[in-house]
Design a protein around this ligand. Structure first.
Ligand SMILES: *Cc1c(COP(=O)(O)O)cnc(C)c1O
Length: 412
């Protein structure tokens, strides 16, 4: 039997100018990996660099590597390498800590930029945000004596004149909804507040345009679409106009103007390095730097086009072949979605487990979402159709009802 989806996918993959990028990743043969929105695949360039960092930079050169291998400057250097991917200028992005910690620093630093406006006593936070973001905003507000108001990024009514800052996710991690960052940022500014964006699910998949759209501060992960590796440190962005006023709640010796004077007095360094804290995790940081190799000469607009072709194909497949047995949660209109397709089914968890047993790796998000991420650098259209056919067979056969797929593992 001919499979018109598979035939078309094979032809389109063969004609795709970005198809060669997959060769820059080490993926197990036959695996359909649709979880690059949670942990990106391993770039081919990484193992050799990590081996060199461990055996030569650490093993042989030892402490001299802080200077000779550029360890001290690495957070800013890697930040500058990420900057074009998120539309930021050199000197506005630094890699440090985790997204959770960076968001805490960003929220408090932004609130401190507003201390001359004491009537603005409210932080608006995305009401569907990733939980860690909410915990950090709540805690920052508690320390600062501010109130928290939860609202969707597209809820303009939340932005009254009590708002000091708004913290939103560019792409909703559960549904894959992409918010209109330019319009929302403009609305936050029109309301007299600052806009902080979490780019975890857009950096490396969707054009962001931080500078062009006047974003105030932003944070994001590097281990999702940027493929930096498990536990890779996160990035933080501060617009040039705010850098002089940044007062971090976690000043450390790496954000000091003269770190080796070992002064008891904190004097902040100028520039984006002020968002650093202490010693970075260099093995992870330098692995992350190597992981950016596929981005050489790559335009995020082309990456976005490919991402939309992949997610669009998945949505078409579901509508055409799965006959309403799963609900497409992610917006069908391209402008409204990130690089994932979320499908709703009451048995989402065992279905995800059954797919993994077949070599199709997606993930589950409570309570009922099958989440399929389409990392545009290495997922092919043939992967999309293969995942769709496996999903169809899992649903047809009822194999997901087998008892071994019912028990929840620690990480879903
Ligand atoms: C993945 C993700 C995080 C993870 O934060 P960590 O500090 O790296 O654990 C935070 N926020 C959002 C929106 C995410 O998608």
């Amino acid at each position: 039997m001919t499979d018109r989806f598979a035939d078309r996918a094979a032809a389109d993959d063969a004609a795709d100018p970005l198809a060669h990028l997959r060769d820059q990743f080490l993926l197990p043969d036959g695996l359909v990996y649709l979880d690059g929105n949670s942990l990106g695949a391993l770039p081919r360039a990484v193992p050799g660099v990590v081996a060199d960092v461990v055996s030569r930079q650490w093993g042989t050169e030892l402490i001299g590597s802080w200077t000779d291998a550029g360890w001290w400057e690495a957070p800013g250097r890697v930040g500058d390498a990420i900057a074009p991917i998120i539309g930021a200028a050199p000197g506005t992005v630094v890699v440090a800590d985790s997204t959770s910690v960076n968001l805490f620093k960003a929220v408090i630093a932004a609130a401190r930029l507003m201390t001359d406006r004491p009537e603005r006593n409210t932080i608006v936070v995305d009401d569907a945000t990733f939980p860690t973001d909410r915990y950090m905003v709540d805690e920052a507000a508690r320390l600062l004596g501010l109130r928290v108001r939860a609202a969707a990024p597209d809820d303009a009514t939340a932005l009254d004149d009590s708002v000091a800052l708004a913290v939103y996710c560019h792409v909703d991690f559960r549904t894959g909804v992409l918010y209109d960052l330019p319009a929302v940022t403009a609305r936050v500014h029109a309301a007299g507040a600052l806009a902080i964006w979490d780019l975890c699910h857009s950096a490396g998949a969707v054009p962001v345009g931080l500078a062009e759209h006047d974003v105030d501060l932003a944070v994001g992960c590097t281990y999702k679409y940027l493929n930096g590796g498990p536990g890779a440190p996160a990035f933080v962005y501060v617009a040039p106009r705010h850098q002089g006023g940044i007062d971090s709640p976690l000043p450390g010796w790496h954000s000091h103007a003269q770190p080796f004077e070992m002064s008891q007095q904190f004097t902040p360094v100028d520039g984006i390095d002020r968002m650093r804290t202490g010693t970075p995790p260099l093995l992870s940081l330098l692995a992350m730097e190597a992981a950016l190799a596929p981005w050489q000469d790559l335009d995020i607009a082309d990456v976005r086009a490919r991402s939309l072709q992949l997610t669009g194909l998945m949505i078409d497949f579901v509508h055409s072949e799965l006959g309403g047995r799963v609900e497409v949660v992610t917006p069908v209109e391209p402008a409204g979605r990130g690089s994932q397709v979320s499908l709703r089914h009451p048995d989402a968890y065992p279905i995800v487990r059954a797919l993994i047993a077949r070599g199709v790796v997606g993930d589950f998000r409570a309570p009922d979402v099958i989440r399929l991420g389409f990392a545009p650098l290495y997922v092919s259209r043939q992967d999309v159709v293969s995942a769709g056919r496996h999903l169809q067979q899992v649903l047809d056969s009822g194999e997901y009802l087998a008892p071994e797929f019912a028990a929840r593992s620690t990480v879903t």
